[in-house]
Design a protein around this ligand. Structure first.
Ligand code: ADP
Ligand code: ZN
Ligand code: ZN
Length: 741
């Protein structure tokens, strides 16, 4: 049916986004009126002519058609950033199934009154020469934190206190002592609008290595030749991907256009930002989660006005309203934080590509361990693929060994610390080097395995691990298959079978007992609960106030500890047993990252990976730091099981307070899918309970539909939406669709 009505908003401010007005679209404008387009409309009682933005076009009138006014004309000038962002919001609504208002609120730079905030700034309280002498004294006395702070102030001249706390990991106690001694001055003043620094010129320039330059040149040559495909750079950690990004940005800026750099919040470190700041000076700004709404909107305003040319930040920085966006870079492309968990549940990679398409900009992604999805597209030519194989100056990657925990059991060692790990730890402690013990807790949620032979109970239909539920039943979260938990191992007959249970606290106790003299820090939800707990622990460890850091995922991402020469992975396979078809991929990424924590300084590092599944390819490839081999084997599995990217997976997530109603509704949905697909072209799995079957008194179930053709699945989604609108009962059920998640 023809779409005849347009929802129009007349003011882009936070309170008014929800208020749209419906207008008729006159026949002659039918093709031109689309989301984002600016139109002139008669408004209010006097029908005063004003401009508004179309946010939605529909065939369903919201009020009697006779009473509805008509759009008078389309505005001549459509080159407006809001127009492009509204079009992007419409794309997100379409692809991620949110409401248009949710999408608009995510995308539009909503103006907010900025409350002037006082910020404290640090400068030198003594002359530069005195400061340099003082720095020597600190170094001699091993006052690591003080030295680091003084060094930074000498370099930058002015530093914001919050930046010092968050990114340099210096406590306010240290700061206050240095102020009392007159070495530093702290003064308050109105917030300077740029959270990075001030008055800098940039211009700091390093020569690219040959392989870095070759990559940058090839990407640029493609652009010049009109190749607008997204580019993916796979480069081992330390190969200099950041150097390539900077080179590309430079070129884009020279053409009078702007660039966005997306990085996971956790990798948004002081050092990272400083590198860009040194090169590009005041043209750079940063968004991070600690900025207030007002400060964020301030940064967006500056981007709009052309005061800055580069925005660095986590996924929401993607919506920076640059007037002429030229480049979007996604660093650490594989990170799960690029996926939004609240509606619209967009993925920053897909959304970046969509925005770039709409604005004739380019997308460049980089990672040491690209997602299988992205690398697949790279190998298929959907993306252009580039590889950086070597570290800068051929610095060594850490040496990793795999320890078979089954052997340990057989040799009578029931400790969570294998003999080789204990030996390696002894050596480091003797040499006063630091150790990280990483407990892989993804997948902690009760899978069931044999400690003697390592066998994991798996679903016979889906090849993912079964989860142990209260009451002792084992359940598959893909298809709903259930079975009783066995008393002895079906493979080797051993009675040592059960759910794996070990937390960081138990590990701390074990390590304390084994190494009573060692100083231990533990980082987990318990120890980081209070404010700054996280930063305090990291800074204590960086200052070498401890020999061993024990922790979960939090400790392996984004932090550099040059004195760490040993990383012990306590149970590498835990994350292999999550009921998720991407468990192997996550394990490989996590282990590669963990291993990479060892030996960042001059001394070559070592990693000990303990596992019950030493033959697993994710673990072997991570130990060998061999991405390509991992990818090859992982794709074999995906192809065999028809999981993305080999096929497409469409998920219907549903929740409802009434469990019985939810059961019935999902059964109907399944029947309906079969009805509209009578030849059974698609594979339908479920309905099954979600991994967490009930949250906040809502029952949760999921249906999966697999097919090679993405468009067929999108068509199914539309059909399901209609079906649920027409039929009774569904209004009580909250539905969320997901593609290839
Ligand atoms: P990646 O982002 O691929 O992990 P980085 O760009 O962070 O790698 O580079 C790793 C380290 O090597 C950094 O400390 C960086 O300063 C250094 N480095 C890389 N390339 C160069 C270069 N061409 N000249 C000088 N230093 C470099
Ligand atoms: Zn067994
Ligand atoms: Zn199953």
């Amino acid at each position: 049916m023809e779409k005849l009505f347009a929802d129009v908003i007349v003011d882009i401010s936070s309170e008014k986004l929800d208020r749209s007005f419906q207008y008729r679209i006159p026949g002659e404008l039918a093709g031109q009126v689309k989301p984002g387009v600016q139109v002139w409309i008669p408004f209010g009682n006097g029908s005063r002519m004003i401009r508004g933005y179309v946010i939605q076009v529909t065939d369903r009138p919201a009020c009697p058609v006779e009473k509805m006014k008509e759009i008078s004309r389309v505005a001549e000038d459509q080159n407006d950033i809001n127009t492009r962002l509204i079009a992007l919001a419409a794309w997100m609504k379409e692809n991620y199934g949110s409401t248009m208002i949710q999408a608009l609120k995510t995308v539009l730079p909503v103006k907010q009154k900025t409350r002037q905030k006082e910020e404290r700034w640090i400068t030198l309280g003594i002359s530069r020469q005195e400061a340099e002498e003082q720095l020597e004294v600190y170094r001699k006395k091993h006052h690591v934190a003080r030295a680091r702070l003084l060094e930074a102030v000498l370099e930058e001249e002015t530093l914001s206190c919050s930046l010092v706390r968050d990114k340099l990991h210096v406590t306010s106690q240290v700061l206050n002592t240095m102020e009392e001694q007159g070495i530093l001055k702290i003064r308050s003043r109105r917030v300077y609008r740029n959270p990075v620094s001030q008055g800098g010129e940039g211009g700091w320039h390093l020569r690219l290595t040959e392989s870095q330059q070759k990559t940058a040149d090839a990407i640029l040559a493609g652009w010049d030749a009109g190749d607008a495909r997204p580019c993916l750079i796979r480069g081992v950690t330390g190969s200099g991907k950041t150097m390539v990004y900077m080179e590309l940005m430079e070129q884009v800026l020279q053409k009078g256009r702007q660039a966005i750099l997306l990085i996971p919040e956790i990798a948004l470190t002081y050092q990272m930002v400083q590198r860009f700041y040194r090169r590009f000076g005041d043209q750079v700004s940063v968004l991070h989660s600690r900025l207030s709404q007002g400060e964020r909107s301030d940064q967006f305003e500056r981007a709009k006005n052309g005061e800055i040319q580069i925005m660095i930040g986590p996924r929401s920085a993607l919506f920076t309203p640059f007037p002429q966006l030229g480049l979007i870079v996604l660093d650490e492309e594989h990170e799960t934080s690029y996926q939004s968990e609240t509606a619209p549940c967009y993925h920053a990679r897909e959304t970046a590509i969509a925005r770039a398409r709409m604005e004739n900009a380019y997308v460049v992604m980089g990672s040491a361990t690209p997602s299988v999805d992205a690398y697949y597209r790279g190998s298929q030519g959907v993306y252009r693929l580039f590889e950086l194989e070597n570290r800068y100056e051929n610095r060594q990657l850490p040496h990793a060994v795999i320890v078979d925990l089954r052997e340990e059991m057989r040799a009578g060692n029931r400790s969570i610390l294998s003999r080789s790990l204990q030996l390696a730890m002894e050596k480091r402690l003797e040499r006063q080097e630091q150790i990280i013990l990483f407990l892989n807790r993804r997948g902690y949620a009760g899978f069931y395995s044999c400690r003697m032979c390592g066998a994991v109970m798996k679903c016979p239909h889906c090849d993912v691990a079964l989860s142990l539920h209260n009451g002792g039943r084992l359940v598959c979260h893909y298809c709903g298959y259930e079975t009783a938990s066995p008393r002895s191992c079906p493979k080797c007959g051993s009675p040592y079978i059960g759910g794996f249970r070990a937390g960081t606290q138990q590990i701390e106790e074990i390590v304390k007992k084994r190494f009573p003299a060692a100083r231990i820090l533990r980082m987990d939800l318990d120890t980081t609960r209070n404010k700054d707990g996280h930063a305090r622990i990291l800074s204590a460890f960086a200052n070498q106030e401890a020999d061993i850091l024990i922790g979960t995922q939090m400790i392996v991402k984004g932090h550099d500890f040059p004195k760490v020469t040993l990383v012990g992975v306590l149970a590498a396979d835990l994350s292999l047993n999550v009921s998720d078809y991407r468990a192997g991929e996550r394990t490989f990424q996590l282990l590669t990252q963990a291993v990479g924590r060892a030996g960042r300084g001059e001394v070559c590092g070592e990693a000990v990976i303990q596992t019950y599944q030493p033959d697993n390819y994710s673990i072997q490839a991570a130990a060998a730091q061999d991405y390509v081999e991992f990818y090859r084997q992982e794709m074999e599995y995906r192809q065999l099981m028809n999981y993305p990217p080999a096929s497409n997976l469409f998920a219907v997530h549903a929740s409802c307070e009434d469990g019985a109603l939810l059961d019935t509704a999902m059964t109907y949905l399944r029947k309906y899918i079969r009805k509209i697909d009578p030849q059974e072209q698609t594979v339908v799995i479920g309905p099954a309970d979600e991994a967490i079957a009930r949250i906040a008194d809502r029952y949760r179930k999921v249906l999966y539909i697999k097919h090679e053709d993405y468009r067929l699945l999108v068509w199914m989604k539309d059909q399901l939406e209609r079906y649920m609108e027409i039929n009774r009962g569904f209004e009580k059920i909250r539905i969320q669709f997901e593609f290839n998640h």
